[in-house]
Ligand binder design. Structure first.
Ligand SMILES: Cc1ncc(COP(=O)(O)O)c(C=O)c1O
Ligand SMILES: N[C@@H](CCOP(=O)(O)O)C(=O)O
Length: 462
C-alpha cells in the first residue's frame, strides 16, 4: 500500500515514511492510495474479540508488512494495556437505541489516547530501527497535547514541542501538559488561538530549514497513523452492536475532523453505517458547510467545549478529496480560495457528502442544558464536547430504529467550568491524577509569531 497526497503533487510514500512525516510537500494530507475492504464474514468474525486483536486485524493492511506481525501485535497490545478499562472504549447504553462510546479511559482521559498511545510506539520503533532522532511539533486545543506527551515522552529519540492557545484550554488540560517536567518535553503557550497554533505547525512542515535537517514529525491528525488507529473503534463498536447484519449510525463531536473522518474510512472499508452526524459547538463551520454550503471562516469563539474551538478544520480536506473524486487539483484550488474569501463546494461533491453526513450545532447555553438533561435522564454527567454530540444525535438522526452511537470524547473531570456552570459540584479526577492541581508546571509564553516559535524549537531541541 502507498500513501498519496490530497493535492496530487507530492511523491507517494510507504507506511513507514508516512508515519515519520507530517504534511505532504504540496501542502496536502496523505491518504491510502486504495483502501482495504473487509467482507461481511471478516467483520462478523471480529465480534467478541479483544480490542487489541480487532485493532491488529483492522490496521494490519495499512502497515503493509513494513512491521512484522509479532512486533506489530506487541506494539498494539502494549498501547491498549495502558487503558484502565478492559474494553478500552466501552459502549454504554443510554436508551433503547442510543449508546455512548466512552473514549476517555486512557491515560489522559480523552479519545486522543487511542491513537497517540500507538503512534508513540510506532515512532519509537521506526526511529530506533533507523538510528535517527526527530522533533515533534504539535498544536493542541487541549487534548492532543497531553495525549501526545504521554504517548511519546518515553522515546529518548524524540523532542516534543506542543503549542497550546494561552488561557484557552481548561486548567486540567493545561496542567496535564505543563506538569510533565521531562527534559524532552516543551510546552509553548501561544498568545493566539488554536488556528494560529495549527497554522504555525503547518508552516513549519512546509519549510523545515530552521531544523537544519532534523526530521520533523506530526502528532496531530494530519499524521495518517492517527486516523488509522481511530478507524478501529468504529469497527469494534459497530460489530458489538450487530454489524454487519445491522446498520449503525455515529454522532461525533467534531472540529479538526479526524475523528469522524476515521469513521468514514471504516464505512468505506465495509462497515454498514447509515449516517454520520457531525456535532459542532458555536464554531460551526462544518455545520454551515453541510447545511447551507457556507464554507467560510468566521472569527473563532471561545466556548465551554474548548477542544472544539477550531475554525480551519484539517481533515475536512481528506473528505473533500473523496467528494471531489480524488481530484487533487480541484481540492487545492478550493482550499486556496477558502483561505482568501468565503467560498462554497461544487454541487456534486456537496450532494455526495449529504448522502452520508448530517450536522447540528450546539451553543454554550444548550451545552449546559444538555448536561443537566442527560444527567436527569441517564444519570451520566457528560463532558461539554460529548454534550454537543448527545444533542446532535437526537436532533439530526434520520430514524430512531437504527442504533446511534455518540462518541463520548472526553472525561467530564477535564472540564470543571462547564460541569459546575451546569449546576454540579464537579467530577473527581481519577486517582492517578489526584495531585494534578498541586504539581509544578513549566511552560513558555510566546507571541503567535512563526519566527519566535521556530527559534524556540531550534534553540531547545537536544
Ligand atoms: C474532547 C474532544 N472532542 C472532540 C474533538 C473534535 O475531534 P476532531 O478534531 O477529531 O474532529 C476534540 C479535538 O479535536 C476533542 O479534544
Ligand atoms: N481538539 C484537538 C485539536 C487538535 O486536533 P488533532 O486531532 O488534529 O490533533 C486537541 O484537543 O488538541
Amino acid at each position: 500500500m502507498r500513501y498519496i497526497s490530497t493535492r496530487g503533487q507530492a511523491p507517494a510514500l510507504s507506511f513507514e515514511e508516512v508515519v515519520l512525516t507530517g504534511m505532504a510537500s504540496d501542502g496536502g494530507l496523505y491518504v491510502p492510495e486504495t483502501l482495504p475492504e473487509f467482507s461481511k464474514e471478516e467483520l462478523a468474525s471480529m465480534a467478541g474479540l479483544s480490542y487489541a486483536e480487532i485493532a491488529f486485524r483492522v490496521m494490519k493492511p495499512f502497515v503493509n508488512g513494513e512491521i512484522d506481525d509479532d512486533t506489530f501485535r506487541r506494539l498494539v497490545t502494549e498501547a491498549y494495556a495502558t487503558f484502565n478499562h478492559d474494553a478500552v472504549v466501552p459502549l454504554k447504553q443510554l436508551d433503547a437505541n442510543h449508546f455512548l462510546l466512552e473514549q476517555f479511559h486512557g491515560p489522559t482521559l480523552a479519545f486522543k489516547d487511542v491513537a497517540l498511545q500507538l503512534l508513540g510506539r510506532l515512532l519509537d520503533h521506526f526511529l530506533k530501527k533507523r538510528g535517527e532522532r526527530a522533533v515533534i511539533m504539535g498544536a493542541t486545543s487541549g487534548d492532543t497535547g497531553s495525549a501526545a506527551i504521554e504517548g511519546c515522552r518515553h522515546c529518548d529519540n524524540l523532542d516534543i514541542f506542543i503549542l497550546h492557545p494561552h488561557n484557552r484550554v481548561s486548567e486540567v488540560q493545561r496542567r496535564q501538559m505543563t506538569s510533565v517536567l521531562a527534559n524532552n518535553v516543551f510546552n509553548i503557550a501561544i498568545e493566539g488561538n488554536f488556528d494560529d497554533a495549527q497554522a504555525m505547525v503547518k508552516a513549519s512542515f512546509a519549510n523545515q530549514d530552521f531544523l537544519n535537517g532534523t526530521r520533523l514529525v506530526a502528532v496531530n491528525s494530519i499524521n495518517w497513523a492517527r486516523i488509522m488507529a481511530q478507524i478501529v473503534y468504529y469497527i469494534a463498536a459497530g460489530v458489538a452492536l450487530g454489524a454487519p447484519q445491522r446498520e449503525v449510525s455515529f454522532c461525533v463531536p467534531s472540529a479538526n475532523f479526524g475523528n469522524v473522518f476515521a469513521g468514514y474510512m471504516a464505512y468505506k472499508m465495509g462497515l454498514p453505517v447509515k449516517q454520520f452526524i457531525i456535532a459542532t459547538n458555536a464554531n460551526d463551520i462544518l455545520h454551515r458547510t453541510l447545511a447551507a454550503n457556507d464554507f467560510s471562516k468566521k472569527e473563532l469563539a471561545a466556548t465551554l467545549a474548548p477542544s472544539m474551538d477550531i475554525v480551519v478544520s484539517s481533515n475536512f480536506e481528506r473528505l473533500l478529496f473523496d467528494a471531489y473524486d480524488r481530484d487533487g487539483g480541484a481540492v487545492a484550488a478550493l482550499l486556496e480560495r477558502f483561505q482568501q474569501e468565503p467560498t462554497a463546494l461544487a454541487d456534486a461533491p456537496l450532494a455526495k457528502l449529504r448522502e452520508k453526513f448530517a450536522s447540528h450545532s450546539v451553543d454554550d447555553a444548550t451545552i449546559l442544558e444538555v448536561i443537566r438533561e442527560a444527567h436527569h435522564r441517564t444519570g451520566e454527567i457528560l463532558d461539554p464536547h460529548t454534550a454537543t454530540g448527545y444533542r446532535a444525535a437526537e436532533r439530526a438522526r434520520v430514524d430512531t430504529t437504527t442504533p446511534v452511537i455518540t462518541l463520548a470524547t472526553a472525561h467530564p473531570a477535564k472540564f470543571a467550568e462547564a460541569v459546575v456552570k451546569a449546576g454540579f459540584q464537579g467530577v473527581p479526577l481519577p486517582t492517578h491524577m489526584d495531585d494534578l492541581l498541586e504539581r509544578e508546571e513549566r511552560y513558555t509564553v510566546l507571541p503567535a509569531e512563526l519566527s519566535a516559535v521556530q527559534r524556540f524549537v531550534a534553540d531547545n531541541r537536544r
